[in-house]
Design a binder for this molecule. Structure first.
Ligand code: ADE
Length: 241
């Protein structure tokens, strides 16, 4: 997957996307991430990328010109290899990002993220985008952190990124529920024992216990998820117990 990021602060991405799983996925060729400083595309002689809103009001807006021209340059570089893709504008008024959205984006071959700063965007920038996405109901100082979170969560669904053995499908949210509790050695840690069923070797019992605990945890912590989760018949039977 190719990922382009338009940002005024390219250094912010080095700290996270160059490390750990996403960093390794780039080295191994599963992800190709490029950050473009769109200030380089401004035609303003002072290199400004923002201006005051017509009609007055507080704050500054990102201007259309640098974003349009940076996008044209990216399209020129990528259109032969990645003719299709999604262009995502980070905006607190956008579609709320969640695990289903991450899985949807992971189907694409090319994603472009446009990160704003200042108070907002010139409305004409929205012509360039397929998506407007928000991380949640709060306002960040810019779209960079939101883009990093979206890229990290999306990358986990890109084949190869987690390695061959791991699967993101058992994660919390992937089946609409929170994950069941897990334990590793020792079986008795300072008197705190692992539930006996997990060391019983009875795989059917372990399966049922995990479904039950996953449902219990979701009911306790996020009952809202149960309203939309598509439960299997096995999960429904256990929930009714
Ligand atoms: N930019 C500022 N706040 C944001 C948010 N909550 N989500 C996405 N982009 C943003």
């Amino acid at each position: 997957m190719r990922i382009d990021i338009l940002s005024l602060f390219p250094d912010m991405f080095q700290a996270t996307l160059g490390q750990s799983i996403v960093g390794r996925a780039q080295e191994d060729g599963f992800l190709d991430i490029k950050v473009t400083d769109f200030r380089k595309y401004t035609t303003d002689k002072h290199n400004h990328v923002d201006d005051a809103p017509f009609g007055g009001g507080a704050g500054m807006l990102l201007q259309a010109q640098p974003i349009f021209d940076a996008m044209a340059a990216i399209n020129e570089q990528t259109k032969a290899t990645y003719p299709k893709g999604r262009v995502i504008l980070l905006d607190p008024a956008g579609r709320r990002f969640d695990q289903a959205y991450a899985r949807e984006l992971a189907q694409e071959e090319h994603l472009t993220f446009i990160c704003g700063h200042y108070e907002g965007y010139d409305e004409r920038i929205r012509e360039l985008v397929t998506d407007e996405a928000s991380l949640g109901d709060y306002v960040l100082t810019g779209g960079e952190l939101a883009a990093m979170v979206m890229i990290d969560a999306t990358a986990r669904f890109v084949p190869g990124v987690l390695g061959n053995m791991a699967s993101p499908m058992g994660d919390s949210f992937s089946n609409g529920l929170l994950e069941y509790p897990q334990y590793t050695r020792p079986a008795d840690f300072r008197g705190r024992k692992v539930p006996e069923v997990l060391t019983s070797g009875n795989h059917q019992k372990i399966r049922e216990w995990r479904i039950r605990e996953s449902l219990r945890r979701t009911l306790e912590r996020r009952p809202d998820l149960l309203e939309t989760a598509k439960l299997t018949s096995e999960q429904r039977i256990i929930l009714q117990d």
